[in-house]
Design a protein around this ligand. Structure first.
Ligand SMILES: C[S@@+](CC[C@H](N)C(=O)[O-])C[C@H]1O[C@@H](n2cnc3c(N)ncnc32)[C@H](O)[C@@H]1O
Length: 288
C-alpha cells in the first residue's frame, strides 16, 4: 500500500471538505490510504500528491465524483432503526393526511411530498414507500405520494435507481414474507416491484450547496449524514432544510443525532421512543 504523508493528509482533507463537507482530521490517514488505494492504481499515480493534482486538474469532474464515491460512507438498511418508520406510520402520516384532507374540496388524492436527503443506495426511500403503500392498501384513502431521494454519490444513486439488492441487503431489514411482497427475485438478487419504484425519484444533491425544489416537503428524513459535518455547516444545512419544509411538516434525523443547541427554528416533539422536529421558534418547548 502506498503511504500518505502528513502534508498529503492536510491537502486531501481540505479537498474532501470542499467537495462534500466531510471533515477528516490528521488521524484519518489510514482511511485515505485504504479508500483511495484503488483510485491510485486506476490512475497510475505513484503518490497521493500525484493523484491530488490529477483530481484538481480534472475539468470533467470524473475523478472528483469517484473520490466522493469512495470517501462517503453509504451504510444503510431497510427499516434502519425501526422506530422512525413506526412514527411515520402511526403518527406523522395519519395526522398529516387528516390536515391535508380538510384543505381539499373534492375527492382528489391527498398530495404528500417526502424527501430522503442523503438516501445512499435507496433503502430509506423504499422503506418509506413500503410504509405508505401498507397504509393505503385496502383503504379508500387516495394519496398522491412523491418520495425524492437525493445523495451526493453517483454510485449510490445508480444503485438506488436500479432498485436491485442482494439477498443479504434485503434480509438485513426485512422479514422474508414482507420481502416477497415488495421484490421480485432475479437470480441471486431482488428487484423492487414497479408499484413501489414508481413512488420514488432520485437526484444528485450536495447538501453543502443551496437547494431549491420549488414546492415544500411535508416530511424530510435527514439521517446519519450530518454526523460527518462541522457544527457551522450542520447549522446551515438544517436552516435550509427548515426552509424546504411545510409549516406543519416534520423533520426526522438519525436516532443518535441531535440538533438542539444549534439555535434553529425547530421544536422537538416526542412519539414513544422517537424525537422528531416541527417548524417553530428556537427554545419553544414541544411535546417531549
Ligand atoms: C450513512 S449514509 C445514510 C443513509 C441513510 N440516510 C440512512 O440513514 O440509512 C450517509 C450518506 O450521506 C451521503 N453524503 C455525504 N456527504 C453528503 C453531502 N455533502 N451531500 C449529500 N449527501 C452526502 C453519502 O454519500 C451517504 O450515502
Amino acid at each position: 500500500m502506498i503511504p500518505i504523508n502528513t502534508d498529503e493528509i492536510k491537502v486531501w482533507s481540505s479537498l474532501i471538505y470542499n467537495l462534500c463537507g466531510i471533515c477528516l482530521d490528521e488521524t484519518k490517514g489510514y482511511l485515505l490510504e485504504s479508500r483511495l488505494g484503488n483510485l491510485l492504481n486506476e490512475t497510475n499515480s505513484q503518490t497521493f500528491s500525484e493523484l491530488y493534482f490529477k483530481v484538481k486538474a480534472d475539468g470533467a469532474n470524473v475523478l472528483r465524483r469517484k473520490v466522493i464515491d469512495v470517501l462517503t460512507t453509504g451504510e444503510t438498511s431497510f427499516f434502519r432503526d425501526t422506530s422512525p418508520f413506526d412514527l411515520l406510520r402511526n403518527k406523522i402520516l395519519p395526522e398529516l393526511i387528516d390536515r391535508r384532507k380538510k384543505g381539499l374540496t373534492t375527492v382528489l388524492p391527498v398530495p404528500i411530498r417526502i424527501w430522503s436527503a442523503a438516501c445512499s443506495t435507496g433503502q430509506e426511500v423504499y422503506t418509506i414507500a413500503m410504509v405508505v403503500r401498507e397504509m393505503i392498501q385496502g383503504s379508500p384513502l387516495k394519496i398522491d405520494v412523491q418520495i425524492t431521494g437525493t445523495d451526493i454519490s453517483d454510485q449510490a444513486l445508480a444503485k438506488a435507481s436500479s432498485g436491485v439488492y442482494t439477498r443479504f441487503e434485503v434480509e438485513r431489514g426485512l422479514p422474508l414474507d414482507k420481502a416477497k411482497k415488495c421484490f421480485t427475485q432475479q437470480g441471486d438478487n431482488f428487484k423492487i416491484n414497479d408499484e413501489i419504484r414508481s413512488m420514488a425519484s432520485f437526484q444528485r444533491i450536495n447538501l453543502m450547496d443551496p437547494f431549491d425544489f420549488g414546492n415544500k416537503f411535508d416530511i424530510i428524513f435527514c439521517r446519519n449524514v450530518a454526523i460527518y459535518f462541522q457544527e457551522k455547516d450542520k447549522k446551515i444545512l438544517f436552516e435550509r432544510l427548515g426552509r424546504a419544509l411545510a409549516a406543519d411538516g416534520a423533520l426526522i434525523i438519525g436516532s443518535t443525532e441531535s440538533i438542539s443547541g444549534l439555535g434553529l427554528n425547530f421544536v422537538p416533539q416526542r412519539y414513544l421512543r422517537t424525537v422528531f422536529y416541527q417548524p417553530g421558534k428556537p427554545g419553544e418547548v414541544g411535546h417531549l
